[in-house]
Ligand binder design. Structure first.
Ligand code: GCB
Length: 596
């Protein structure tokens, strides 16, 4: 009983500290002092969440005074690699959804006048974090980074970090109960200790002012009680060095002229940008470009640009499971480049920061999205707060990346007044957090205007800069040839991107083009879809579904799907299907006609 009361008191305290994860902190900054905590972590698989009241986070042993019988032992438990999902590391965990406790020991040498943060690239889905038996806080949301300050909790010498990660699905979560991707659990991205001076650069934005090619607009946020008098922003190769004084809140805002080589898919030029304040200096590689909408066109650096896209999940080629390395991202982006893409739609959640940084170097434009997917609890204020913090953290992490041109709020959400209020709030937030990028959403609500005419008709369109349309004519209903007669319109005179279309075929299954599940059927569907899509008024780009086959718990057809969504243009082991060539040919034509 006593144990239960203590447990309840402890967690009611923790509940108050729900958002005790510190404000966003840029983690993977080149030049910042970090210590990796990646590698083998001991784990306890705990389906009944026994570890909460048995206090696994204390890491007690039978020698601990008053401990009584101890029914867990991290040291004697199995290990999992971090970063990595648990589902594909151990066969017994393939379908597991629930709590797993992770433990990692490390030694640390403290330095005077330094602050230390523990930084998690992502934990899917819910995490409680403890250092040396003390709770640091918790975090909800499986794809965004979070951090806790540990300056006063770190011990000189040996330390132990315990993280409970729980990927149980919940109706009030984001995403909710139903998705068409695998719910990979675990510490799926890097874990770092980040060391900074007492006063440090917590965040910054150094970007071109909206639509202005010769002017930088930005801000720096300094954190720390005794703040240095000045903040310096430099772009050494462009001969830029500006000094500013932070206000009482540690913030600096600036505008200054700059003559820079613009970043574009053809010329992904990145500049070394140096921000210093007192003892802290960060270096970032930043590209500068503008992105605007003019009528129904998307305009990059003043030039109307047709978006030759592809959608992709963050699924590792060959190995399977959640992708986490730059090599995983390189393989996927190489295929996107081979297709002739200039845009990748990163579905349906924020992907790894290393992927976004690679796109910056390769000159691939990105559509970045939060997992507001299908139906979620639109009326629940906690669900909205959760979606808002996932949006905030996605933007906070990537707002200096030239590659990212779209923040996407949602995918295929049903028409409903509460849903509209919810998404309008997200659109407002996104604009406030970053006025330099375009806001979009993938929608699928159409009205029929005659047998062959469909109108994209979703009131959310009012709040967006760019409209995304998902449609599956020829797969979920109709035949590929029906596309020859289908006409499209949109209620809003804004750029329209067909953000999904596709059909399934396992690699190597051949047959007549009229037989579904064959590569020939999939290729034929692409031929008719692309011919239809290019006639859509306001057509500004296309992102077919999907680059590579991916694991999904909803795809059960034996011998064909076997828990894979097979709409990939490439199989999960890298073989190119016939439809790959169809899209590649279309993109060559679009590229040629744009350069004429
Ligand atoms: C969709 C969803 C996507 C699915 C896809 C499919 O509309 O946006 O997440 O995987 O259809 O394959 O059905």
């Amino acid at each position: 009983m006593r144990q239960w009361i203590a447990f309840l008191l402890f967690f009611s305290g923790l509940a108050c500290a729900h958002s005790s994860s510190s404000p966003p902190l840029l983690g993977n900054i080149p030049g910042r002092k970090t210590t990796s905590l990646d590698g083998a972590w001991h784990v306890i698989i705990d389906p009944y969440e026994t570890g909460l009241h048995a206090r696994f986070y204390e890491n007690a042993t039978s020698e601990t005074p008053g401990a009584g019988p101890i029914e867990y032992n991290f040291e004697a438990s199995e290990t999992l690699n971090v970063p990595g999902d648990w589902n594909t590391q151990k066969e017994k965990l393939f379908f597991y959804e629930g709590p797993v406790w992770y433990e990692r020991r490390f030694s640390y040498k403290r330095h005077e006048n330094r602050r230390v943060f523990v930084y998690f690239g992502a934990a899917n889905y819910f995490a409680r974090v403890y250092l040396n038996g003390k709770p640091l806080g918790e975090h909800e949301g499986g794809f965004t980074p979070f951090n806790f300050e540990v300056t006063s909790t770190l011990a000189e010498g040996e330390n132990f970090l315990v993280v409970e990660v729980n990927n149980a699905r919940r109706a009030d979560a984001v995403p909710a109960l139903n998705t068409d991707w695998w719910n990979y659990g675990g510490l799926t991205r890097d874990v770092l200790l980040v060391e900074v001076p007492e006063a440090f650069v917590r965040d910054y934005s150094v970007q071109l002012a909206t639509g202005a090619q010769g002017e930088i607009a930005g801000w720096v946020q300094v954190d720390g009680s005794t703040r240095p008098q000045t903040v310096t922003v430099e772009i050494p190769v462009a001969g830029i060095r500006k000094t500013f004084s932070p206000d009482a809140g540690g913030r600096v805002e600036f505008h200054f002229p700059a003559k820079l080589d613009l970043w574009s898919p053809e010329n992904p030029k990145l500049y070394d940008v140096v921000i210093s304040c007192g003892a802290d200096t960060v270096h970032d590689s930043i590209g500068f470009r503008t992105i605007e909408v003019k009528g129904t066109q998307i305009v990059i650096n003043g030039k109307p640009t047709f978006l030759r896209g592809i959608s992709m999940h963050e699924e590792a080629p060959e190995r399977g499971g959640r992708a986490y390395s730059t090599q995983d991202a390189q393989t996927l982006f190489d295929w996107a480049k081979e297709l002739g893409c200039n845009l990748v739609r990163l579905t349906h959640y924020p992907h790894n920061e290393n992927e976004v940084r690679l796109a910056d170097r390769l000159g691939l434009l990105l559509w970045s999205e939060i997992p507001v997917y299908w139906n979620i609890a639109w009326q629940n204020p906690a669900t909205l707060a959760n979606a808002e913090s996932q949006l905030r953290d996605m933007i906070a992490r990537d707002h200096n990346r030239a590659a990212v041109i779209f923040w996407s709020l949602s995918n295929e959400t049903p028409l409903d007044p509460d849903r509209l209020i919810f998404l309008q709030k997200l659109a407002e937030d996104a604009r406030q957090l970053d006025s330099t990028r375009l806001i979009t959403s993938a929608m699928n609500h159409v009205t029929e205007a005659g047998p062959n005419k469909r109108i994209l008709d979703d009131p959310l369109g009012e709040s967006l800069d760019v409209l995304g349309l998902n449609e599956y004519l020829g797969w979920y209903g109709g035949h590929p040839e029906d596309a020859d007669r289908r006409q499209w319109e949109s209620k809003y005179a804004k750029p329209l991107i067909v953000s999904e279309f596709g059909g399934e075929a396992p690699y190597g299954k051949h047959g007549d083009a009229s037989v579904p599940w064959t590569e020939e059927y999939q290729a034929n569907l692409y031929v008719h879809q692309l011919a239809m899509i290019r006639k859509i008024p306001g057509f500004a780009g296309v992102c077919p579904w999907v680059l590579m086959d991916f694991h999904s718990p909803r795809r059960l057809l034996p011998g064909i799907q076997d828990y894979y969504n097979r709409k990939g243009l490439v199989s999960n082991t890298g073989q190119h299907k016939l439809a790959f060539n169809v899209l590649q040919k279309f993109y060559r034509e679009m590229k040629d006609s744009a350069s004429k």
